[in-house]
Design a protein around this ligand. Structure first.
Ligand code: PM9
Length: 461
């Protein structure tokens, strides 16, 4: 395989965690026990885990030191004020509400704002935001630009929302049925693609015109800010914190899973400007999460988030981070393994329908590829395709499938080296050569929501 330049990590290793290779027989038994669902595998049976970049970061020495400084007072802890100040410094919103992770922030926000029959537009909803909208009896609407679904289109901001579609949607449905507009940065379900500042500004203007609150789903805001700096005219000389502040200045608030760009293993928050809404959200927080100065987190977690937010908007780190992910994409692309282009901020997305063209959508090629990759090399990835986003009509049993059938190789932050990524690329190239032998799957058990987490499968013989 031709070698591309491997990016150099701007950190060195102080603590190591052993990982173990397994035999094919071990992996086969583990798969059978898990119902061929990689979410059901014990992590001890995985060599390289690319299931998610969420909560899997390696923390810095400063973050670990902060953990020892955690103030565990029930109310008014010092760590809360440190956390609140760090969030305000980066996001600029007036009110900050901690939650145990991103979906708790979504649930509290949507329970307060969204009612049955409403619509919530987004560029593309991620699975948890979609589910949190749908359990309210509302509809989650994806209004991303059409190019987002073309995996070959090499554009700098494929996460952008289609402004004309948004305008039309508001006109047709009426402002009263749209309690808020969301925007996911970067756009996880569409290849981890960034949104441009110009698009953020335009969505904000539409929302302000119609007096609709505009919120970010901000998990990967730092990676988005870095892409703006690199790709959008006028931003090359701006600092990353200034770019992030400008992004957030156009919105009314944000939900955040700190498990991504706050570089921690657990945590999240809501940040917003509307004081009356913040008071309502805090009432719900107390019922389900905890007192507003800890929101389901320990003081030490709040310290780690504060320090993570101070570290993440660093040019050297984000340059390495995006180059590291692009390195894996480049190795695969060079070897003819089909990937979504351009490579996004946190993951490489394989095009499972092109990798396995002999499998029909109802045999879940993306799912089949995640199973085959684990079987082949002990690597865990996640399907972002027909199982995660397919919809089954309960009356007819018929399924409709999302536009893209992908497998995401999410890269945890500061965890794997370039040689780990080379191992992943070699395994995929080898699998690609043997692709004709890979079989499809059928679902034998599934829950009503977020079925990918717990569904069980059998191989189509
Ligand atoms: N994202 C991911 O792997 C973790 C859960 S699914 C394996 O990508 C966005 C854009 C996300 C996200 C989680 C959440 C929820 C909201 N928005 O996991 O609840 O990518 O902290 O965040 C996952 P929490």
């Amino acid at each position: 395989m031709a070698r591309l330049q491997s990016p150099v990590e701007p950190f060195r290793i102080k603590v190591v965690e052993p990982i173990r290779r397994t035999s094919r027989a071990e992996r086969e038994a583990a798969l059978r026990k898990a119902g061929y669902n990689v979410f059901g595998l014990p992590a001890s049976k995985i060599f390289i885990d690319l299931l998610t970049d969420s909560g899997t970061s390696a923390m810095s020495d400063a973050q670990w030191a902060g953990m020892m400084m955690g103030d565990e007072s029930y109310a008014g802890a010092r760590s809360f004020f440190r956390f609140e100040a760090a969030v305000k410094a980066v996001f600029g919103f007036a009110h900050v509400i901690p939650t145990h992770q991103g979906r708790a922030a979504e649930r509290i926000l949507f329970e307060t704002l969204v009612k049955k029959g409403d619509f919530v537009p987004n560029n593309i909803h991620f699975d948890t935001t979609r589910a949190n909208v749908e359990v309210r009896g509302a509809t989650a609407v994806d209004l991303v630009n059409e190019g987002a679904y073309d995996p070959d289109l090499d554009r700098p901001f494929k996460g952008d929302m289609d402004i004309a579609k948004l305008e039309r949607f508001i006109e047709v449905k009426g402002r009263a049925r749209i309690p808020l507009v969301m925007m996911t940065i970067t756009n996880n379900s569409g290849g981890g693609q960034p949104v441009s500042m110009a698009n953020i500004r335009a969505v904000s203007a539409v929302c302000r015109k119609h007096k609709i609150p505009f919120f970010f789903d901000a998990c990967r805001f730092a990676e988005n800010a870095f892409f703006i700096k690199r790709r959008e005219a006028g931003y090359a000389r701006k600092s990353l914190p200034a770019i992030a502040r400008e992004m957030f200045s156009y919105a009314d608030g944000a939900t955040m899973s700190a498990k991504k760009d706050a570089l921690v293993n657990i945590g999240g928050f809501l940040a917003l400007n509307d004081g009356a809404l913040a008071a309502r959200l805090k009432n719900l927080l107390i019922i389900g999460e905890g007192f507003p100065t800890y929101g389901g987190l320990a003081g030490r977690d709040l310290e780690a988030i504060a320090r993570g937010l101070e570290e993440v908007l660093d040019d050297d780190y984000l340059e390495y981070r995006t180059a590291h992910v692009a390195y894996l994409g480049g190795l695969l692309d060079e070897a003819g393994v089909p990937i979504f282009k351009p490579v996004g901020g946190h993951a490489v997305y394989l095009l499972a329908d092109r990798f396995l063209p002999h499998l029909p959508r109802d045999q879940y090629p993306g799912w089949a590829l995640t199973v085959a990759l684990y079987r082949e090399a002990g690597i865990r990835a996640v399907e972002i395709g027909g199982v995660m986003f397919g919809k089954r009509d309960p009356r007819t049993g018929r399924e409709t499938f999302p536009a893209l059938e992908m497998v995401r190789l999410a890269i945890p932050r500061r965890v794997y080296s370039g040689s780990h990524l080379e191992f992943v690329a070699e395994a995929l190239v080898s699998l690609h050569r043997k692709r004709d032998a890979i079989k499809g799957f059928r679902i034998v058990e599934q829950p009503p929501h977020l079925r990918h987490f717990t569904a069980r499968f059998e191989e189509v013989r």
